[in-house]
Design a protein around this ligand. Structure first.
Ligand SMILES: Nc1nc2c(ncn2[C@@H]2O[C@H](COP(=O)(O)OP(=O)(O)OP(=O)(O)O)[C@@H](O)[C@H]2O)c(=O)[nH]1
Ligand SMILES: [K+]
Ligand SMILES: [Mg+2]
Length: 447
């Protein structure tokens, strides 16, 4: 347990009717007594005067006292509800710091709650995600995670893996007996059942992660088709460099934007062509990789471009460049030059990234095709959860392969142990210290 007492303003900066200062740690009781007089009864609001070090009142308001371990952090916690002006809040905070409290770092209250076993990691993250939620469906998914549904699902999977390992390791102990084949038989089915549930959880978590972070849309096409111009038109600002030189964009450019409240991550990529210098070739390699990882590709074509000759340096068959599993929307650009009517056409969406013609229809299409369906149970999830679920699924696949190949119980058990560790990282049952630091540092102060 940390021996410091931390404090922070828990309400947002600025002016409000009420401002709350939260205090947590071993000296909370004496700090509060010094400022407000005798400790109030636990978990009951009491109206008090908040005294400065000269005895003159800084403010007056409610005090709440939550003796540990039945508090948010598991430590002694108090809240001072004063008037929400920046000067009052700052003076109260200074008063507590003067009495030996330390200013909490971002996420420190949640980190202490996690360290003291009050919440698991998915719940700690759900608190941050709920506060940050940008849409109603994201908020609903965060509450589901906050109530522990995601953690319970993962814990159930970890328990099933443990049971199976115990079963296998019991087999290892009796390796002299000829029951190897028999034992592995049932094991294959059990591993398959777990693999199916991991896949189901991965799907739900993937939807949740997209709600939180937005789907990834990759803009791709030949050089000079107007990809960067399209990105700028979608973003409503000059996010990417646009020039008349083919090969302007070389790196993948990452932009976050909202279309009618739908969060999207839009990537601009290098134009697809052969040859060019090493930098451009690397850009094309990265463009292909981004396309493979996309939720949707916007394939930009130039409506004024002449047909390609067979010996052209540009890639002659664009269709062959598209990964089969990723849906594609074709965007026919530069219609201000070609004179084509803006909007939906049979070969895609006709737009001018320059004048903005046809962009409303394209936006509407993106919203409709990428908008999330709220009817399914979704857990709010983060990239690290998906990585752990993927690592778990890969280890389970290895276990399954080993079992199918008739490998020994040791090998199967080892892969299952690997899967257990990967899934354990989600709830924090097994979590390296540096990962914890990274997770909590993204929270804001006072959480
Ligand atoms: N008239 C017209 N010009 C456009 C339009 N969109 C892009 N351009 C022009 O086409 C040229 C290339 O545009 P970019 O947006 O840089 O094209 P890109 O596909 O990103 O090019 P690379 O990054 O080099 O592959 C620039 O001169 C743009 O001003 C459009 O809708 N109409
Ligand atoms: K260009
Ligand atoms: Mg570009």
């Amino acid at each position: 347990m940390p021996d410091t007492t931390i404090c922070a303003v828990a309400t947002p900066p600025g002016r409000g009717g009420i401002g709350v200062i939260r205090v947590s740690g071993p000296t909370t009781a004496s700090l509060i007594e010094t400022v407000v007089g005798p400790l109030p009864s636990a978990r009951r609001a009491s109206f008090r005067r908040f005294a400065g070090d000269d005895g003159v009142a800084i403010d007056e308001g409610l005090v709440l006292w939550f003796p540990g371990p039945h508090s948010f952090t598991g430590e002694d916690v108090a809240e001072l509800h004063g008037h929400g002006g920046p000067v009052v809040m700052d003076r109260l905070l200074q008063r507590l710091l003067g009495l030996g409290a330390e200013l909490a770092s971002p996420g420190e209250f949640s980190q202490r709650a996690y360290s003291n076993g009050r919440i698991d990691l998915t719940r700690a993250e759900a608190i941050a995600d709920l506060i940050e939620a940008g849409s109603e469906s994201a908020a609903r998914a965060a509450v589901r995670s906050l109530q522990g549904e995601f953690a319970q699902t993962v814990e159930r999977l970890v328990r099933r893996l443990t049971d199976l390992r115990v079963h296998l390791e019991a087999g290892i102990d009796f390796a002299d007996e000829p029951l190897e084949g028999l034992a592995l038989d049932g094991v294959v089915q059990r591993i398959e059942a777990i693999a199916a549930e991991v896949a189901e959880t991965r799907r739900a978590a993937g939807r949740g992660q997209r709600l939180q972070e937005g789907l990834t849309v990759v803009i791709a096409g030949r050089p000079n088709a107007g990809k960067s111009s399209l990105l700028n038109a979608l973003a409503g600002r000059d996010a990417a460099i646009v020039t008349a030189l083919a090969g302007t964009t070389r790196d993948v450019l990452d932009t976050y934007l909202h279309i009618d409240g739908l969060p999207l991550r839009v990537l601009d990529t290098a134009g697809l062509r052969q040859g060019g210098d090493v930098v451009e070739q690397e850009g094309v390699r990265r463009a292909r990789q981004a396309m493979r990882e996309a939720d949707r590709i916007l394939l930009v074509t130039d409506d004024t471009a002449p047909a390609l000759a067979a010996d052209d340096s540009e890639i002659t068959d664009l269709q062959a460049e598209l990964p089969a599993s990723v849906p594609v929307t074709t965007v026919v650009n530069k219609i201000d030059l070609s004179g084509r009517t803006p909007g939906v056409a049979n070969d895609g969406f006709a737009v001018s990234a320059l004048t903005g013609d046809g962009m409303a229809a394209l936006r509407e299409h993106l919203r409709a095709s990428l908008g999330e369906d709220d009817t399914e149970a979704v857990f709010i999830a983060r990239r690290r959860h998906l990585q752990s679920l993927d690592a778990g699924a890969a280890a389970i696949d290895e276990a399954l392969e080993a079992a199918h190949a008739g490998a020994g119980e040791e090998l199967v058990a080892e892969s299952l142990g690997e899967a257990q560790r990967a899934l354990g990282e989600i709830t924090g049952a097994v979590t390296p210290e540096d990962l914890l630091g990274r997770i909590f540092s993204t929270f804001c102060i006072g959480k």
